[in-house]
Design a protein around this ligand. Structure first.
Ligand code: ZN
Length: 114
């Protein structure tokens, strides 16, 4: 079954200023971290999410990763599912564990049902 990737914005350098400029207020969201290559192609080494405050989570990564891209969603369930799709599609090298689900079976991973 093909994996549909959630929509991400264009990758940017991961600095607190860029995070604040890109994300207004508190929102759930998922993100990828890695290295920016040519033509704004990113090599992704980490995939994550925040269930309630994407911007502050990204800022905590700012010292460790040069670039980020993100997408937002309205609920924690959608954010988890977005993170799962990214995780399965990109197989990030620094994120060997499957994303952790909070909640019951109705929140299962859309790809592997974990
Ligand atoms: Zn999965």
């Amino acid at each position: 079954m093909p994996i549909s990737l959630p929509e991400l914005n264009d990758p940017k350098a991961l600095t607190p200023e860029n995070v604040d400029a890109a994300i207004r207020g508190k929102t759930p969201g998922f993100y990828v971290l890695g290295v920016m290559g040519e033509n704004k192609l990113m090599t992704v080494t980490y995939v994550g999410r925040s269930d309630d405050d994407l911007a502050s989570k990204l800022k905590r990564h700012a010292a460790n990763y040069p670039a980020f891209a993100f997408g937002t969603a309205e609920t924690a369930v959608l954010v988890y599912q977005g993170e799962c799709r990214l995780y399965h599609a990109l197989k990030p090298s620094k994120h060997v564990m499957h994303p952790i689900r909070r909640g019951g079976a109705e929140r299962a991973c859309p790809v592997c049902r974990q």
